[in-house]
Design a protein around this ligand. Structure first.
Ligand SMILES: Nc1ncnc2c1ncn2[C@@H]1O[C@H](COP(=O)(O)OP(=O)(O)OP(=O)(O)O)[C@@H](O)[C@H]1O
Ligand SMILES: [Mg+2]
Length: 265
C-alpha cells in the first residue's frame, strides 16, 4: 500500500454534483446523476464500477474534454467546467491523460510520437535532449530503445499502451489520469505499469486518478478507491475499507471481479 503523506484538506480536483446526459435513439441517457468526488494532492485515487457506467466520462470532465450539464469541476480551486473560465493552458500544462484506446499517431514512429509531445510542451528543446528523453522514457516502460523507430502498426496492443503512457509522462504532468492502463496487458507488464504509477507518486509527487477493472492493481496502487454505481459515487475508502465494507454493491462488484479473474484464458 502506498506510503506517501497526503494532506486530506488539500484537494487538487473537486467534482461537485456533476450531472451528464447523452442523447441516444432511445432518448436521454443520464450517465452521471450526481457525482461528487474530491481528489487529494499527491494521492492515487482508483475509480471502479461497471462497464458503461460512466468512468471514462468522469475522467473526460476532469481534463475538460466534456462539460457537465450541471455541477462543477474544480482544479486547484479554479472552476474549469464553465466555458467562460475554461483555462486550457493551465489544464494542458498540469494534466496528462492516458486514454483507454491509447491513440497514437499512426503515421509517426514510436519515437516521434513521444518527441511530438515533448516538443509541444517545451518549444525550442534541443534535439539531443529530445533523443535522450525519448530513450529514458522507453526504458521507464521497459521497452528497448530500438523501439523508437517502430511504427504503431508494428506493436501489440499492450506495447501501444505503454508507448502512450511514455508520451503522457513526457510532459511531466502534475496530475495523470489513467483510463484502464492495465487492461489487456499480461500480469508482468501490468505490474510494470503499477510500479510506474507508484514511482511517479513517490518521486515526483504526481496525483493520479486511475480507472480500472483490475482489482489486483487497484489494491496495490490506491490510496483510496471510489466506486461509481448508477450515476453516483456510492463509496470512497482505502483498499482495506473496500475489503471490509458491508456495502452490498461494493461487495457484489468485488466478488464479480474475482469470478472474472479466475476464468482461465
Ligand atoms: N460522447 C458521447 N456521446 C454519447 N454517449 C456517450 C459519450 N461518451 C460516453 N457515452 C455513453 O456514456 C455511457 C458511459 O460511458 P463510459 O465510456 O464513461 O463508460 P465506462 O464506465 O468508462 O465503461 P468501460 O468500463 O466499458 O470503459 C455509455 O453508455 C456510453 O455509450
Ligand atoms: Mg471507460
Amino acid at each position: 500500500m502506498p506510503g506517501v503523506q497526503i494532506d486530506p484538506k488539500n484537494e487538487i480536483i473537486q467534482l461537485r454534483h456533476l450531472r451528464k446526459s447523452f442523447w441516444t435513439t432511445e432518448g436521454e441517457q443520464q450517465v452521471l446523476k450526481d457525482v461528487s468526488l474530491n481528489i487529494r494532492k499527491g494521492e492515487t485515487m482508483v475509480i471502479i464500477g461497471a462497464s458503461g457506467g460512466g468512468k471514462s466520462v468522469i475522467l473526460k470532465h476532469m481534463v475538460g474534454l466534456l462539460q457537465p450539464d450541471g455541477g462543477d469541476v474544480l482544479v486547484e480551486n479554479k472552476v474549469i467546467s464553465d466555458a467562460n473560465h475554461f483555462d486550457t493552458d493551465t489544464i494542458r500544462r498540469k494534466m496528462g491523460m492516458l486514454f483507454q484506446m491509447g491513440a497514437l499517431f499512426d503515421s509517426m514512429s514510436v519515437g516521434e510520437n513521444i518527441a511530438f509531445a515533448l516538443r509541444e510542451h517545451n518549444p525550442g528543446i534541443p534535439e539531443e535532449s529530445v533523443e535522450e528523453i525519448v530513450a529514458r522514457l522507453l526504458g521507464l516502460i521497459n521497452l528497448n530503445p530500438a523501439f523508437a523507430s517502430k511504427m504503431p502498426s508494428e506493436l501489440s496492443g499492450g506495447m501501444k499502451k505503454r508507448v502512450s503512457l511514455a508520451r503522457t509522462l513526457a510532459v511531466e504532468p502534475e496530475i495523470v489520469l489513467y483510463d484502464e492502463p492495465t487492461t489487456g496487458l499480461d500480469p508482468i507488464t501490468s505490474d510494470v505499469i503499477n510500479d510506474l504509477i507508484l514511482d511517479t507518486q513517490k518521486q515526483f509527487h504526481v496525483t493520479s486518478v486511475v480507472v480500472t477493472h483490475d482489482m489486483v492493481s487497484a489494491y496495490k496502487i490506491a490510496d483510496r478507491i471510489a466506486m461509481l454505481y448508477q450515476g453516483h459515487i456510492i463509496f470512497v475508502g482505502t483498499a482495506d475499507e473496500v475489503r471490509e465494507t458491508h456495502n452490498p454493491y461494493v461487495q457484489q462488484f468485488i466478488r464479480g471481479m474475482r469470478k472474472l479473474e479466475s476464468v482461465p484464458e
